[in-house]
Design a protein around this ligand. Sequence first.
Ligand SMILES: [Zn+2]
Length: 230
Amino acid sequence: MGTEKPPNQYTSKTVAKQLRIEHLGITNFLKDYPRMRIMDADATNITLEGSFNFTGSHKEFGVITDAYQIQIIVPYCFPHGLPEVYETDGKIPRIKEFHVNPTGSLCLGSRLRLLKIISMTPNLCGYAKYCIVPYLFAVSEKLNTGKGLVFGELRHGTEGELEDYKGMFGLETHEQSELAFSYLGMKRRHANKHLCPCGCGRRLGLCDFRNTLDKYRELAPNRWFRENCP
Ligand SMILES: [Zn+2]
C-alpha cells in the first residue's frame, strides 16, 4: 500500500496551533463571544480581537448589557500566566481612574489576585466571566452614572497591588507583602532559610506562614513571581 507522507511543516504547525487553541479553551470562548475572532498566533501568544458583548449583573447595580471592542493577548502558558486586554475603540478613558495601565492595557485587578481567580476556572471562558466582565461592568456603570467604579476590590498601581497582597497573605504592611512576594520568586528550600515576613522573628521554614506561601506557589512557577513583583 502507499506510504504515508510525514506531515509537512505547514501541517504540523497547523496541528500545533489547533492543539493550543483547544488547550486554552478558545473554541468555547468564541462560542460565548461570537463577535470575537482569532487575529494572530505567534511563538508565544494567540491574539483575539473583536466586539466583546456581555451582560453582567450586580445585586445593587442591576443588570448591564454592553459591548466593547477589545483585543486579548493570551500567552500559551495560560492559566499559569496572565492575558493582556486592550480596549481598541477609545470608549474607556485612558486614565488611572478607569484602571487603565500606562501601557494602555486594562487593569482588571492585581496580578496575583487574577491568577488566583483564573486557577478556580482555568480556561478562557472563566477568565472572561470572572475577570473581564466584572471590570467592564464597573466601567459601564461609571460611564453611565459618573460615579466611582462599583467594585471596590479593584486595585490600581503598585500601592494597590501591595494593599491587595497584604490582605491575600494576611500580613500587616506593604513591606512584609513585598518580602513575601519576593520569596515566591525563590525555590521553596531557599526561601525557607530567610527571615519570615510575618514578624515572628524565625526562619520562614519554621513558621506556619510558609503554608500560606505554598498555596500561592501552586499557581505559577517561581519565574512568574520574579517577573511580576509589585
Ligand atoms: Zn512567621
